[in-house]
Design a protein around this ligand. Structure first.
Ligand code: G6P
Ligand code: MN
Length: 453
C-alpha cells in the first residue's frame, strides 16, 4: 500500500508517520512518498521520519521527490496538503483584506477567495496528473479552502477525491464531553459546507441528546462553541454552529478585534514556523538533531492551538481556549480513519466533504457539502439526516455561489468571476471594495497574474 503526501515537507507530516508506525493491521501503508516543491524542507522532514523509524523493523519506507509525476505514479492514496504561497501568503491574504476593513481568514471571506484563486489552478494540475498516472488512487484533500478545492478537483477525479476537516468531529466530541457521554458511543447529525455547518443532533442509544443540552445552561456554556456563541443564541438557532460561523454571527466584532490585533493568525504561525525550520537548519550535525528540533516544535502545539481563533474569543470577552477543548482528534486521525475504511472495506461513518447528491435539496447533486457519510471500499456517500436549519439555507446557497464563482474564475481565467465572488460574498459589502481587493491581491501575488487586468 503506497501513500503519497503532497506538501510532504510540512511540519504535520511526522504526526501522520507516527500514526502509520503504530498501525499493525492488514493492508497497512508500506511505502510513503513525500512530495514538496521545497527540497530543503523535504530533506529535513525526511530526516525526522528516518529517526522516527529507528527501532521499527517494518517501518514504512520513505521516498522523497520534487517531481509530481514520480510522486503520484503507483500511489494508492494521495494526501493533498499543500499551501500555495506558504504562510507568508496566508498572512498577506489577511493583511490585505483587513486594510479594506474586511476579513481575510484563510477559508472565510476575502482571504478564502484569494487563497482559493491561487490554490485551485495548482490543485487542478495535481488532479490532472493523478487522473493520468494513478486513475485508481483515492485522493484525500486537506488543502484549504477545503470545500471549494475539493469541489474543483471532483471535475477531474469524480468521487475519488474526498475533502476532510476535523472541526465537525471536534465539535461533536466537545458536546459529548459537555453531556458526559463517551464520544465513541454517539453519532452526529451534521449538515452544511466546510467551515459553514451545524450540528443538528447528537445521538446516543438512538436518542437525540441536544434537547437536554439546550435545557442545561451550565452544560451548554461549558465548551468552546457554547462560550463563543452563548446560550441564548444557540437556543434560538436550535443547532450548534461550527466555530467558523462566529465570523458571520459576530461579523462586526470579528473585524474589529482582527484589525486591533497585534498580528494575524497567519503572521503568528509564519513566525513560529520560520523559527522551526531555522532551528532545524542550525541544529547541524548529529543524526537525531532534526527529530529533537521537531519534538521541540511539537511541544509548542499548545501555544499554537490556544491562540487559534483568539480574536473570536476576544470579541466576546471569553478569554483563553480551554486546554480540554484542544484535543480535536486532528486531521491525521480523520485522514487515516478514512484511508483505513476504504483500504480494508471496513464500513464506518465520518463527516466528509463529498458531492451532495441531493442531500441538501437547495443545491445540485455535484455541489460538494460537508455531511456524515458511509465509507467503505466504494468510497464515501452522504447519509440521510436532518435538513439544513432554515436560517442556514440562504447562507449555504450564497457561499456555494461564491465557491462556484471562484472555481469558474480559476478554470477559465475570467477575471470578472473573481470580482463576482468577492462582490456576492455575504461578508464583503461593496462591489467597489471587491474590485480594489482583487487589484491589491493581484499586485501582491504573482500567482494571480493569470486573471489579467
Ligand atoms: C482547524 C480547521 C482547519 C485548519 C486547522 C489549523 O482544524 O478546521 O481547516 O487548517 O484548524 O488551523 P491553523 O490556524 O492552526 O492553521
Ligand atoms: Mn478545516
Amino acid at each position: 500500500m503506497r501513500l503519497t503526501i503532497l506538501g510532504g515537507g510540512g511540519f504535520r507530516v511526522p504526526l501522520v508517520y507516527r500514526a502509520l508506525l503504530g498501525d499493525r493491521g492488514e493492508g497497512r501503508v508500506t511505502d510513503v512518498t513525500l512530495y514538496d516543491l521545497d527540497a530543503s524542507r523535504l530533506t529535513t522532514i525526511g530526516k525526522v521520519l528516518a529517526d522516527q523509524a529507528v527501532g521499527h523493523p517494518d517501518a514504512p519506507g520513505v521516498t522523497l521527490t520534487t517531481d509530481l509525476d514520480e510522486a503520484v505514479t503507483g500511489a494508492d492514496f494521495v494526501f493533498s496538503a499543500i499551501r500555495v504561497g506558504g504562510l507568508a501568503g496566508r498572512a498577506a491574504d489577511e493583511r490585505i483584506a483587513l486594510e479594506e476593513g474586511v476579513l481575510g481568514q484563510e477559508t472565510v471571506g476575502a482571504g478564502g477567495i484569494s487563497y482559493g484563486l491561487r490554490t485551485i489552478p495548482v490543485a487542478l494540475e495535481i488532479a490532472r496528473r493523478i487522473a493520468a498516472l494513478a486513475p485508481d488512487a483515492w485522493v484525500i484533500n486537506f488543502t484549504n479552502p477545503a470545500g471549494m478545492v475539493t469541489e474543483a478537483m471532483t471535475a477531474l477525479l469524480g468521487d475519488r477525491v474526498i475533502g476532510i476537516c476535523d472541526s465537525p468531529v471536534g465539535l461533536g466530541r466537545r458536546v459529548a464531553g459537555a453531556l458526559g457521554v463517551d464520544p465513541a458511543r454517539t453519532s452526529l447529525d451534521y449538515v452544511g459546507l466546510n467551515h459553514l455547518g451545524w450540528l443538528c443532533g447528537l445521538y446516543a442509544d438512538g436518542r437525540d441528546l441536544l434537547p437536554s443540552l439546550f435545557a442545561d445552561e451550565a452544560a451548554l456554556t461549558s465548551f468552546e462553541e457554547g462560550k463563543l456563541f452563548g446560550a441564548d443564541l444557540l437556543r434560538t438557532l436550535g443547532a450548534l454552529p461550527n466555530e467558523y460561523l462566529h465570523y458571520y454571527y459576530f461579523h462586526r466584532e470579528s473585524v474589529g478585534t482582527a484589525r486591533a490585533a497585534e498580528h494575524t493568525r497567519g503572521a503568528f504561525l509564519h513566525t513560529q514556523q520560520q523559527r522551526f525550520y531555522d532551528s532545524l537548519d542550525s541544529a547541524g550535525g548529529g543524526p537525531t538533531a532534526p527529530r529533537a528540533a521537531w519534538n521541540a516544535w511539537d511541544a509548542t502545539r499548545l501555544e499554537r492551538e490556544t491562540t487559534y481563533m483568539a480574536e473570536n474569543r476576544d470579541a466576546v470577552g471569553m478569554g483563553e481556549r480551554d486546554s480540554c477543548d484542544l484535543e480535536s482528534g486532528g486531521y491525521e486521525q480523520v485522514a487515516l480513519a478514512l484511508m483505513r475504511a476504504i483500504a480494508r472495506d471496513e464500513r464506518t461513518t465520518l463527516i466528509l466533504n463529498v458531492r451532495g447528491r441531493g442531500r441538501i435539496p437547495a443545491l445540485d447533486d455535484d455541489a460538494v457539502i460537508e455531511v456524515p457519510c458511509h465509507v467503505d471500499a466504494n468510497g464515501a456517500r452522504p447519509i440521510a439526516g436532518a435538513p439544513l436549519p432554515d436560517h442556514g439555507q440562504g447562507l449555504v446557497c450564497a457561499v456555494k455561489a461564491v465557491e462556484r464563482a471562484v472555481i469558474h474564475a480559476a478554470t477559465t481565467a475570467e477575471r470578472a468571476h473573481a470580482v463576482k465572488a468577492l462582490t456576492i460574498h455575504p461578508l464583503i459589502d461593496s462591489y467597489t471594495v471587491a474590485k480594489r481587493l482583487l487589484d491589491a491581491y493581484q499586485r501582491h501575488f504573482p500567482e494571480l497574474a493569470y486573471l489579467g487586468r
